[in-house]
Design a protein around this ligand. Structure first.
Ligand code: ASP
Length: 340
């Protein structure tokens, strides 16, 4: 928390909530070549600092007293699980600060759902934690970043958003970490919550929650210590069942893992199954071998989120997040130092 934004006069009566804004990069912090500034074509993600992003959202300080810190400035396609721990540590430390309110995280849209869900697992449902992103870089015509950041701060400053788990705010919608996913590669309204729909909306009329999030089981990780330097990430891979899926890739992983040439060793496989979670018979034979070798095999439907059971509502990448965090708690772990 090396930086802090200077205060400006309050818009309303009473003290403004104290909100932390953590910058991690993404298109919201992206910059396009001068010739393409208006269209944003050919931009580079993760360039501008979070201070510049806040400066592009005039009036935001009327809703909160802001403090900010830059954790990294990357394209979120390059994010690693070490970032989840770093963010969770920063949020936990913020929550311990006297008088602190919510926290906003600016993030790339590509892997936002993974970070949001990981944080949902790693944090108690307490003061609001709100991830936001943008689909257009900072100076493009109709750039969505300033508005999304503005809205995210308003949600993070609002006590009505507390206790609902980690949230994502984009395009005027408030999504639950459990449900949200990036559902379009380019559209401004790229984020959706599937059949459940958003939790609520943020707009000129303020913050409005339109449904409750079903309570999920208390998360075993929310109270666990987060010593990133000790974290050894296991290997959890995604494979897909498809026409002609013969399982050879799984056998190659198993062989390399057994030979010690694949480090860390394979701990679990998330399998995108056809239909409701069926698997090509040849791939299934390889998965049976994996299970016999002690690799956890979890099949999820490739058609959408899991329905019912332990992973209800989670898509494949979030199931992978869950298995990674579970394996991290396992003393038999055989992993590697986390990457940013
Ligand atoms: N590649 C970018 C990122 O995830 C995309 C974005 O932010 O919209 O960082």
């Amino acid at each position: 928390m090396q930086d802090s934004r200077s205060e400006s006069p309050e818009a309303g009566a009473g003290p403004r909530p104290h909100v932390l804004v953590l910058g991690t990069g993404g298109t919201i912090a992206g910059v396009a070549p001068v010739a393409n500034t208006a269209t944003g074509a050919g931009y580079t993600a993760g360039v501008l600092g979070v201070d510049r992003l806040l400066a592009s959202a005039p009036g935001v300080e009327q809703h909160a007293r802001l403090e900010f810190a830059q954790l990294c400035n990357i394209d979120s396609k390059d994010a690693g699980p070490g970032l989840w721990l770093e963010l969770a540590r920063a949020v936990r430390a913020w929550r311990e600060r006297a008088g602190s309110a919510g926290c906003v995280i600016t993030h790339g849209s590509d892997t936002l759902e993974e970070s949001a869900y990981a944080l949902d697992c790693l944090l108690e449902p307490g003061s609001p934690v709100v991830l936001t992103a943008a689909m257009l870089p900072s100076a493009a015509l109709s750039a969505d970043g300033p508005r999304n950041l503005f809205d995210a701060v308003r949600v993070a400053a609002d006590p009505a958003a507390a206790g609902r788990g980690v949230l994502c705010v984009a395009h005027g919608r408030v999504h639950a970490a459990l449900d949200v996913s990036k559902q379009h590669p380019a559209r401004i309204d790229a984020f959706g919550s599937g059949e459940r729909g958003p939790l609520g909306f943020i707009g000129a009329g303020g913050l409005r929650f339109t449904r409750e999030q079903p309570r999920h089981a208390p998360c075993a990780f929310a109270s666990s210590p987060l010593s990133a330097q000790d974290a050894r990430w296991p290997r959890v891979e995604l494979v897909c069942s498809h026409a002609g899926a013969d399982g050879e890739m799984v056998r190659a992983l198993l062989a390399a893992s057994a030979a010690g040439t694949l480090r860390p060793r394979l701990r679990a496989l998330v399998v995108l199954g056809t239909g409701s979670g069926t698997v090509h018979e040849q791939l299934q034979a390889a998965l049976d071998q994996a299970a016999q070798a002690g690799v956890r095999v979890q099949v999820v439907p490739r058609t959408g989120p899991c329905e019912g059971g332990e992973f209800d509502g989670l898509n494949a990448v979030k199931v992978r997040v869950r298995l990674l965090l579970e394996a991290l708690q396992d003393p038999r772990q055989d992993g590697q130092q986390p990457q940013q």
